[in-house]
Design a protein around this ligand. Structure first.
Ligand code: UDP
Length: 383
């Protein structure tokens, strides 16, 4: 029996995984991207002058506890073990992140052991039973001194909002450790693709059942009536922004080439509010197995996303959630379209979660097809 055509807006991770899964199941798949390359915001490319692999849209480090996702990605390329480490410069001094025994002892000029440090921080932390905001979460976890030094300024720069308005969930991404373990992430798998993310996504899309259309934006009107559409672009853009704009932060990047080693680590954050950028990435440290004389470094500036800018971080405060509710309602009245990924569901998703949800979404589509029903607009709820 002829399988239903599948059209996909976006050749990033979410779109590519769905495309691959459904092409392997025999569906003819058309993938569109308005950019001239695949891989969305995890796009990597070699810098012509230095040969360094550059994370074009900011640092992307793969980490997961999801073994199905990990096995799936390794079908499309080689990954190498990579433990991400981050430092931060605050008040002219450099400290390790996330907050660990090293950070605490260095910041307070102490030599506390784990149990002593726990007591020491507990004395400084505010006892807040159920922290709701970023600030409450920080004060209850680490107390005011560490919060003010490491989180307040950075977060105001990154989000353009007071941490009193932001949700606790943003800070919950980062652990606090009473040990000298310095790895930025706590997941059991932490890795980098040997040749970057672009070849991995290209390999996914390299299937006889997939036709790729780059530099080709897609609108609903162009999708044939019998096709199912997966939309990984911004949710509000699908509806022509009729219910207002969903708020995002965008990023500006300033690239420079330096001789040798510029900062000695892959990512240096800048917590002080007077420093206009949030962090500096030195790309060659993402691939310690490569050898380069020169270095590409990138300063990252965050600001409100305007018309025509690339959306990166969904803000998801009360006002945005109101707008989101209207789009979710509009989406629920649609048939033949499913919204996926960071932009399609307006959530702050990591790469592994995008892949997990894309795999689930493809599976749900195949089940729906087998039962003769339509896949709903959301497989992962945005609210
Ligand atoms: N954060 C901070 N100071 C730092 C690093 C992170 O205040 O030095 C806060 C900030 O609000 C940031 C959040 O923690 O948005 C999550 O950090 P993560 O490193 O996960 O952000 P990403 O790499 O996704 O931008």
């Amino acid at each position: 029996m002829k399988k239903r055509p599948v059209w996909i807006a976006g050749a990033g991770l979410s779109g590519a995984v769905i495309a691959r899964q459904l092409a392997e199941a025999g569906h003819p798949v058309e993938v569109f991207d308005s950019r001239d390359h695949v891989a969305g915001n995890c796009y990597t490319e070699r810098d012509a002058e230095t040969g360094v692999l550059v994370h074009h849209y900011g640092p992307h480090i793969f980490h997961t506890n999801d073994m199905e996702v990990w096995d799936y990605l390794r079908r499309f390329g080689t990954f190498r073990e990579y433990a991400h480490r981050v430092w931060t410069t605050v008040g002219g001094r450099v400290y390790p992140l996330p907050i660990s025994l090293a950070t605490i002892n260095q910041f307070y000029g102490r030599s506390l052991r784990p149990a002593e440090a726990r007591d020491f921080i507990a004395e400084r932390a505010d006892p807040i039973a159920a922290p709701e905001t970023f600030e409450e979460q920080a004060l209850s976890m680490i107390g005011r001194d560490l919060y003010e030094a490491f989180f307040r300024g950075y977060t105001e720069k990154q989000w353009g909002r007071s941490p009193r308005e932001l949700p606790a969930s943003i800070l919950k991404r980062l652990p606090v450790r009473f040990s000298y373990e310095g790895s930025y992430f706590a997941h059991s798998v932490q890795a980098m693709p040997e040749d970057g993310y672009t070849p991995i996504v290209s390999a996914m899309l390299d299937h006889p059942g997939i036709r790729l259309h780059l530099s080709t934006p897609l609108s609903r009107a162009e999708v044939p009536k019998d096709a199912h559409l997966f939309w990984s672009g911004p949710l509000d853009a699908y509806f022509g922004h009729v219910h207002g704009d969903l708020g995002y932060r965008t990023l500006d990047f300033e690239h420079e080439i330096h001789p040798g080693d510029f900062q000695g680590c892959p990512v240096m954050n800048y917590g002080d509010p007077e420093v206009p950028f949030t962090r500096i990435t030195e790309h060659k440290h993402f691939m310690p197995w490569e050898d380069h004389d020169k270095s590409v470094v990138t300063r990252e500036y965050s600001r409100a996303c305007e018309n025509g800018d690339i959306p990166y971080y969904p803000i998801r405060l009360v006002a945005e959630k109101d707008v989101l509710r209207r789009y979710v309602q509009a989406a629920e009245g649609c048939d033949g379209v499913t919204f996926v990924g960071r932009l399609g569901t307006y959530r702050y998703l990591d790469m592994d979660v995008c892949v997990r949800e894309a795999l689930d979404c493809a599976r749900a589509f195949l089940n729906a097809e087998a039962s003769g029903v339509s896949l709903p607009p959301f497989v992962a709820a945005p609210l």
